[in-house]
Design a protein around this ligand. Structure first.
Ligand SMILES: NC(=O)c1ccc[n+]([C@@H]2O[C@H](COP(=O)([O-])OP(=O)(O)OC[C@H]3O[C@@H](n4cnc5c(N)ncnc54)[C@H](O)[C@@H]3O)[C@@H](O)[C@H]2O)c1
Length: 270
């Protein structure tokens, strides 16, 4: 018996949004479990490189790749990079995302919203990254997995907002509900190819760019902690642990499923 971490041994993974927060934690976690290669892909190449360098410094294998997931061709290039650089492609963690949280203060409201606080521009931006970008990413990687023919595992980072709505984040909530439906639809489409597709729907996670505003607002942060049964924000690594499970062979009977690491935020009926 060996006690070395090997849950990702022999596997190559692409992680979008790998420069920051949850995506970064996922890239580190997969590498820590012995991945043959981790492609850290992000809009911000310098920060993606920093994650890849951190992995390499700890003895892991990683490369950085600049991608804007809104660009379908760039996603195809990203998948090709994984195969060119590491020889195969087994796992996708699709974590790139934006919150559109400036929506409430958006001055570009074009008057068609009938009282809604977000502009058409914010709606478009959030859907472009969180839903269209996710589709580009999943599709590009799935194509390679189908071509290679040895199956694979796709993990989409959705949100607890995939299922539970909040009043102030309508574009985000809709994008994440779409991410969850995309996950289930692709699970059906890709099962014949041995490709499993699952999602992780985190609650409020600290140490990420996305919750920086909430955490900086004392009242808002206290409200989150108060409602969360475990009494704190989650850690990116706690999300990465759920992702690791779905990415690897331990979840071999999971597809079209979602795991919610939310600290019990949604256990109460309200
Ligand atoms: N932090 C939370 O509480 C929380 C909760 C639920 C779901 N999520 C989801 O987790 C994922 C990661 O978010 P995070 O919290 O780590 O935030 P983050 O802001 O720290 O990380 C998001 C990353 O996505 C990248 N990105 C944004 N737009 C991109 C694009 N067009 N192309 C490529 N990369 C792009 C950013 O550069 C950044 O590195 C997101 O999908 C988010 O919706 C986060």
């Amino acid at each position: 018996m060996s006690f070395r971490s090997t849950r990702m041994q022999g596997k190559v993974a692409v992680v979008t949004g790998g420069a920051s927060g949850i995506g970064r934690a996922c890239a580190l976690r997969l590498a820590e479990e012995g991945a043959l290669g981790v492609v850290v892909a992000d809009l911000h190449l310098d920060q993606a490189r920093a994650t890849a360098d951190e992995i390499a410094a700890a003895g892991g294998n990683a490369s950085a790749f600049a991608v804007d997931v809104r660009d379908a061709q760039a996603c195809e290039d990203m998948a090709r990079h994984a195969v060119d650089r590491w020889g195969q492609l087994d796992v996708l963690v699709a974590a790139a995302g934006i919150s559109g949280e400036r929506a409430a203060a958006d001055e570009e409201h074009d008057g068609t919203g009938a009282g809604l606080s977000f502009s058409s521009r914010t709606w478009q931006d959030v859907l472009d990254v969180n839903l269209n970008g996710l589709m580009h990413t999943d599709r590009a990687v799935a194509r390679w997995m189908i071509t290679v023919g040895s199956g694979g595992s796709i993990v989409n980072i959705a949100s607890m907002c995939s299922a539970w709505a909040s009043a102030t984040a309508t574009p985000y909530n809709v994008s994440k509900a779409g991410a969850w439906m995309l996950t289930k639809s692709l699970a059906i489409e890709l099962a014949p190819h041995g490709i499993r597709v699952n999602a992780v729907g985190p609650g409020f996670i600290g140490d990420t760019g996305m919750t920086a505003h909430t955490r900086a607002d004392e009242q808002a942060a206290a409200a989150v902690v108060d409602r969360t049964l475990l009494g704190r924000f989650g850690r990116p690594r706690e999300v990465a642990d759920a992702v690791l499970f779905l990415a690897g062979d331990e979840s071999s009977y999971f597809t079209g499923s979602i795991l919610y690491p939310d600290g019990g935020f949604n256990a109460p009926s309200r």
